[in-house]
Design a protein around this ligand. Structure first.
Ligand SMILES: *Cc1c(COP(=O)(O)O)cnc(C)c1O
Length: 191
């Protein structure tokens, strides 16, 4: 799997050694934070690949498309529309994951398992959807959710799977993750 180094909450000075070492793939969960932190660096270093892994409000679509080469949190038709409009407006093409709420948790973003096929049918006409993403419920064994996501991706014929964090990335890798999102194991605990 590819490792997305999740640098949310950390300042660039804390991340810089990993950039200098040559790691190019980073994850952030907030558009505004990412803009302040990475905006300048992206202008001079086009090799850096930012992934948006947090929920996205439609009114931030344009900023998100500008900053992130990959967006993992597409979970509704309205957002597909605003992202597609932003791509046209900026003349940019990005890659996207559909986020699935595999645990059917009320407070969590992501499309339900029942609606994923409909969303995919809609989204694939407007955006380059490359895979699925999930965040398993904290109190449950992640494996079950990784397997659900893998089966869904097979069914939809999608190749990429974004799953696994610091506490379960090994499990995710074994279940076929192509991207793992690792924060605290790399940068230390967040305050
Ligand atoms: C913060 C975050 C991660 C990384 O979490 P760690 O436990 O620090 O590895 C992964 N995915 C998402 C969606 C996150 O918000």
């Amino acid at each position: 799997s590819k490792i997305i180094a999740v640098s949310k909450t950390f300042e660039l000075s804390h991340i810089q050694p990993l950039i200098d070492y040559g790691h190019l793939t980073y994850g952030e969960n907030k558009v505004q934070e990412a803009k302040g932190k990475w905006g300048g660096l992206l202008e001079t270093n086009d090799n850096i690949e930012l992934h948006l892994i947090g929920g996205l409000q439609t009114n931030k679509s344009k900023d998100a498309v500008k900053l992130f080469k990959y967006i993992h949190s597409v979970d509704r038709e309205k957002l597909v529309d605003t992202l597609s409009a932003a791509e046209k407006n900026l003349n940019l093409k990005r890659k996207y994951f559909l986020q699935v709420n595999t645990g059917d948790e009320e407070q969590k973003s992501g499309i339900s398992i029942e609606r994923i096929e409909d969303l995919y049918d809609y989204a694939k006409k407007k955006l380059d959807i490359i895979g699925l993403m999930c965040i398993p419920p904290v109190e449950e064994d992640s494996k079950k959710h990784f397997e659900i996501l893998r089966e869904l991706s097979k069914k939809l014929n999608l190749n990429e799977l974004s799953m696994g964090m610091s506490h379960d990335y090994i499990e995710a890798g074994l279940c076929g993750a192509t991207y793992v999102r690792v924060g605290s194991k790399i940068f230390g605990e967040r305050s």
